[in-house]
Design a protein around this ligand. Sequence first.
Ligand SMILES: Nc1ncnc2c1ncn2[C@@H]1O[C@H](COP(=O)(O)OP(=O)(O)O)[C@@H](O)[C@H]1O
Ligand SMILES: O=C(O)C1=C[C@@H](OP(=O)(O)O)[C@@H](O)[C@H](O)C1
Ligand SMILES: [Mg+2]
Length: 438
Amino acid sequence: MSYGLLGEKLGHSYSKIIHEDFYKIQNLNYLYELIEIKKENLKEIEKKIRSKQLSGVNITIPYKTEFIKYLDIISENAKAIGAVNTIYLKNGKLIGDNTDYYGFKMTLEYNNINCKDKNVYILGSGGSARAILKCILDLGGKVFIVSRNKNKAEEKFKDSFKKINYLDYSQLKDIDKDDNILINCTPIGMYPKVEDSPIEKEIIKNFKAVIDIIYNPETTKLLKYAKEKNIKYVNGLFMLVAQAIKAEEFWGNIEENLFEIIEKIYFKLKLQLYKNNIVLIGMPGSGKTSFGKRISEKLNRKFVDLDEEIEKVKNMSISQIFEKYGEKKFREIESEITQKFSKQKDLIISTGGGIIKNNKNIEALKENGIIIFIDRSLENLINDIDVKHRPLLKNNVEHIKILYNERYSIYNKAADIIVKNNTNFNNVLEKILNNIVI
Ligand SMILES: Nc1ncnc2c1ncn2[C@@H]1O[C@H](COP(=O)(O)OP(=O)(O)O)[C@@H](O)[C@H]1O
Ligand SMILES: O=C(O)C1=C[C@@H](OP(=O)(O)O)[C@@H](O)[C@H](O)C1
Ligand SMILES: [Mg+2]
């Protein structure tokens, strides 16, 4: 099977990476090509799909509307949105749909953002704004389109969408502060103009959650404002992956575990694009230090073991620190060291088993990193743990049972990815790498 993305300039597209990663995960030997094409040649693509030379295509700027005229069927959503981005042949009919709608819907779900009965302010009035607006209306949200010229925006939308409100940017400062959601669908703040923001800093406090559909940079100026004020913020990377994999569903290449697969590809892409840290957590003796070293060799990234760093600053072993200062002091040093390395990027970080005792540690590590829980069974832990260097287990290996019961759910909750470690070491290493390397 052979798929592709149609557009004019595709040099910066991540679609090929995402779809190829999907085929790898699903064990499919399919192709996905970036097809840069001139408008007058779109007809050729129609023929190729009808003759099954191509099994399906995605469409991007500037052809999302242009291609509609070649279709036999256009989905209800795509019709309302006025744009298609996914094309396929079914029972001899050429069908067009719009997966931006679903990509956005899944982004809301993934981030627990509920739009029902909320006031949702959308910046911009282009194609993606239309898909998002349709989605929010379907979810029962109240939509406000914010644009530089509200009359023009109204002109554009009024035939397809009823019951929406139109605002100028200047009116944003006067809105009620209850539970509002802000969504940026303009390109303002996108690389390389990363210092631009569509709204002034003071306005951000009127919102409970902010979504920017831009994914480069990871945190746009707008999202930085939200972050500073402790407001929930979400970038566009999950939507990018979700809309791509939803197309695979339309093409019949995935029937179940859609969310799981999207999440997996999302994490990998996040690591690849933003060079985030890989952080290993888990019980003492679960293999954090051993796997961390091997991952760092394989990926050629710097390795940091937080226990080792603590030993370096104090010039004492972990056991000596526990003996001399007690656990409370150890945890303080552990938190300081965690804060320090969390700020750096591109590291493989192995933590100590107790890192999850302080939620601030996890929050800091998550800022720049993806957290992998190495989940080793209690039986295996007891069998091979070396208690010599582990002061909490020194006198009683059985104490590990208590720690396990106290901590197991906290490791799970803190983790972005969970990898079971109950088989051969190299197999598990392979499993971890599969989760992080595209
Ligand atoms: N899958 C595995 N197979 C065999 N030995 C393992 C496996 N996972 C961990 N180990 C062993 O368990 C011990 C504890 O590993 P370590 O990396 O020090 O754990 P941690 O840093 O999580 O406390 C090491 O000797 C390691 O080789
Ligand atoms: O679980 C814990 O509370 C601890 C685990 C140790 O690291 P490992 O998990 O690498 O053994 C070390 O940080 C310290 O002894 C405390
Ligand atoms: Mg260790």
